[in-house]
Design a protein around this ligand. Sequence first.
Ligand code: GAP
Length: 487
Amino acid sequence: MATEQTVMEKIVSLCKRRGFVFQSSEIYGGIGGFWDYGPLGVELKRNLKDAWWKDMVTGHDDVTPPEGLPSAYSMVGLDCSIIMHPAVWKASGHYDLFHDMLVDCRTCKARFRADQIPTLQCPHKPSKHPGEHTTCDLTEPREFNLMFKTFIGALHDPSSEAYLRPETAQGIFVNFKNVYTTARVKVPFGIAQIGKSFRNEITPRNFTFRSREFEQMEIEFFCHPDQSPAWYAYWRDRRYDWYVSLGLSSDRLRLRDHDAAELSHYSCGTADVEYAFPFLAEGEFGELEGIAHRSDFDLRSHSEGKLIRDGDGFAVERDQEGNPRHAGSGKDLSYFDEATQQRFVPHVIEPSAGADRATLAFLCEAYTEDMIPDEKGVPQGRVVLKLHPRLAPIKVAVFPLIKKDGMPEMAAEIYRDLKQQWNVFYDLKGSIGRRYRRQDESGTPFCVTVDHDSLRDGTVTVRDRDTTVQSRVPVKELISYLAERLS
Ligand code: GAP
């Protein structure tokens, strides 16, 4: 039986072979922590992001209150710049606090994240952990800020330093007032954003799971402080259910509440949606998404200056002269509720997901090896990606059985019709069995074949990827037949 490690190796190899994911700059030997999505990968990841945007933003019902919650809420979108004013990262706490502890080996010059050493291999002696071999000579752990630094303009001096954003969230906070004064939304409402984030991870690893450049899908949900516990519980459950609705099985997926020691400096309650990735040891889970109750930390930071914990709340951190250590914008980011005539700083619930991690989880979940009979009825092993139809890169493949007798022409006409609705692939190369296998490995839910009967009676066979059952369907009913099964 295949071990879990070999399953992961097979998934990585399938991703390369079928054009889902390539190593960045591969022809130059690659570059650690950066990945490129190939023709199938880009469709899969785009379908995932589109499903998130549709389910969270454009498809959201702004009028009906969710069951058991105090009111309905609005959802709107935003697309912010990657480089922002450096003061943003000082007020948010990233400049001072967004670091990992780093350890170097003076002997082999390898670099490790201090908290990962118990799980890492010594480069000289892989059966041991760093520091355990006689020749290891590790430095004391020291802080390493994860933000990528760059320079704005021609001068490369401290006054022109800027950072690539390490999260999309801050762009939403600094636009809070712009959005609520222009979009005619009332608290509670959410702002969603999908975009690239960058972290100079010390040890990027596990394929795309920990990368240096990745995409986030974040919502900042603004609500009245008194209602924030109810909204936190709502988002926690809603986000977990979203992964299940797209096909992650509940025995590999879990929702885990952080204990107090794990909470981020801003958070007064966080839960993670986690998935048992095949590269992890039995019983271990990796984070797909964090749902955090961030209180009024972010809006107050960007108004008053960088905050630090003060008892149960937060206070502006001050220098020796009593000035804010990192000043905020000085702008009033409170909200006036016309209905209650009350002014308050909204609390924030943040569901923050990684598009690359989710893509990887859906790929791992979909990867299946089974046995099916070939054309002669002999059982053959196959690899199939059982992706949810909403995520599948190609929805339908169309084949002429043979390259003559008008079959290619009829198949091309069907292809052109279906292409108006979905991403459809036309293939006339190789035996029909090989064409099915290629589509199984690509995760294509349906294959349509034009054969001799099609020319006579205007029907085609539609093969279901998961069951391999073939049904005879009249061409004029094909679009409705597929639409019912793909939706
Ligand atoms: N705004 C909150 C925030 O950024 P986070 O837990 O640091 O929270 C949110 O990141 C999500 O972004 C994670 O759950 C994960 O899916 C994704 N993510 C974070 N670092 C990543 C990395 N190095 N590579 C790939 N995805 C990452």
